[in-house]
Design a protein around this ligand. Structure first.
Ligand code: PA5
Length: 448
């Protein structure tokens, strides 16, 4: 079971400026209200991610079992919620499971990056999975058109068998393309937002392709959902962490640092960045009043960033809450040989495991931050496997929605992202955006 160690988020003699446990009790009513709103949203079928542990994965498994075994690579074309979860799952589990098939994620429009991806793959043994809920995102559409064109030229006879499209069940341009071309397709459920969609076809198809046990991911998610049904915050890790982050936001802790002590989990800090930033960073509350809320998520890597960021974290502005992700049991480990037993500078390391050093440094950073009165907590993975990753995903999705409810904002929309998408359409000459194009011309004139 994933462990949430929250001691250093609460007031103690080591952390005299931290939030007192009594404050958690004081917010009982607000938590109950947020909980009831979540239950109402679930009934209204707008929080589909809650129900994903019961997701029918048989279409995915049927498709995967029928794939020609010579396909050894999948390239996901997507961005934001249609890419970050895929990468995070693969990074976390590829070494643990010694996965044989590869996953690459192209989530930008940088031409050099595309060149790099193309030079790493064999077009003959690669499947392309285009993922976009809306079916219109410019970045994904550009990649889709370039790669389809390349595949059409290389494999005119069967290029359609090499492209998979994951999009809305009915709506959008790509659904029409699927019907016209006969591509294999998968679905982004209507009631699951992009950044909450990793446990749908969005993240599960590429995971099953590489050999991740998707049933175990969902089992972990179900187990965490059950833990997070409880109203008592101290029994509910998502509610407690959400509430404490909310309270710290109000105390001026505008930054939330997620720092895995594990390279495998680092991409989950990226996934978290999107979830926390896009869901909670809002100008208006649900009543339309300007509130400008949010907490800036930052990712750091232990131990690497001890030699880059931790100076700032311990002595700079006390405006951050820290979350360490740590691992108890590593699948692979190395003993540091005692190469220089006569030299005290290094002999203390001799005979110790690398994992021991890593976790000692994690504890050392925790202690240093605590001594500097910086609130911090640990999410402890007994091991990196599908079950615990599934728990982690569900915990953070529930925590994000719960915190959104405490803030009285809509954690499911992203009007600020839409504004950028519209400006891009206008700049790139898409029909129907004349007004926005004229505004941009004005802006450019003023810049000259
Ligand atoms: O969370 C979200 O909704 C967004 O970050 C989307 O995932 C992102 O903008 C990509 O959208 P789409 O899947 O429609 O291409």
């Amino acid at each position: 079971m994933l462990r949430f160690e929250y001691r250093n988020l609460l007031h103690s003699k080591d952390l005299p400026t931290a939030i007192p446990a009594s404050k958690v009790q004081d917010f009982r009513y607000a938590c109950m209200q947020a909980h009831e709103e979540i239950q109402a949203d679930r009934k209204a079928n707008v929080l589909g991610f809650y129900e994903l542990p019961e997701y029918d994965v048989s279409p995915i498994l049927d498709y995967i079992s029928g794939i020609d075994p010579h396909f050894d690579t999948m390239v996901v074309l997507g961005i934001g919620g249609s890419a970050l979860g895929n990468r995070a799952l693969y990074s976390a589990l590829k070494t643990e499971r010694e996965l044989k098939r590869r996953l690459l994620v192209y989530d930008n429009v940088d031409p050099i990056y595309l060149h790099e991806i193309l030079s790493q793959i064999d077009l003959d043994t690669t499947l392309f999975n285009v993922i976009t809920k809306s079916g219109t995102t410019a970045e994904t559409m550009a990649g889709y058109m370039i790669l389809t064109d390349i595949l059409k030229k290389r494999h005119p006879e069967d290029y359609t068998k090499r492209i998979i499209i994951t999009t809305d069940r009915e709506k959008g341009f790509l659904r029409q393309v699927i019907q016209n071309e006969g591509y294999q397709s998968f679905v982004v459920p209507d009631n699951v937002g992009g950044r909450f969609s990793v446990l749908t076809d969005v993240g599960l198809l590429s995971s099953a392709f590489v050999g991740i046990n998707i049933a175990e991911l969902l089992r972990g998610a179900a187990s965490m959902r059950q833990r997070c049904e409880k109203l008592d915050s101290f029994e509910n890790p998502a509610y407690l962490n959400g509430l404490l982050h909310y309270l710290y936001m109000h105390e001026g802790k505008k930054i939330s640092v997620m720092m895995p002590y594990s390279n495998s989990l680092y991409d989950f800090a990226d996934w978290y960045r999107q979830l926390w930033a896009e869901s909670l960073g809002k100008r208006h509350n649900s009543k339309g009043r300007e509130v400008f809320v949010g907490q800036t998520p930052v990712k750091a890597l232990g131990t690497t960033d001890q030699h880059s960021q931790v100076q700032l974290y311990t002595e700079g502005p006390n405006d951050k809450v820290f979350t360490f992700l740590g691992v108890e049991n590593f699948k692979h480990d190395y003993v540091i040989p005692n190469l220089h037993p006569e030299r005290g500078e290094v002999s203390y390391l001799g005979g110790k495991k690398l994992s021991e050093l890593l976790n000692a440094e994690w504890l050392a950073t925790e202690i240093a931050l605590t001594k500097a009165h910086r609130p911090n907590c640990n999410i402890v993975f007994p091991a990196i496997d599908e079950f615990h990753i599934g728990e982690f995903i569900m915990m953070y999705e529930i925590q994000t929605v719960f915190t959104g409810k405490l803030l009285h904002i809509d954690p499911l929309d992203q009007p600020g992202v839409e504004a950028g998408k519209i400006a891009t359409y206008a700049l790139m000459g898409k029909a129907g955006y004349d007004k926005e194009r004229a505004e941009i011309q004005e802006y450019l004139k003023a810049k000259d």
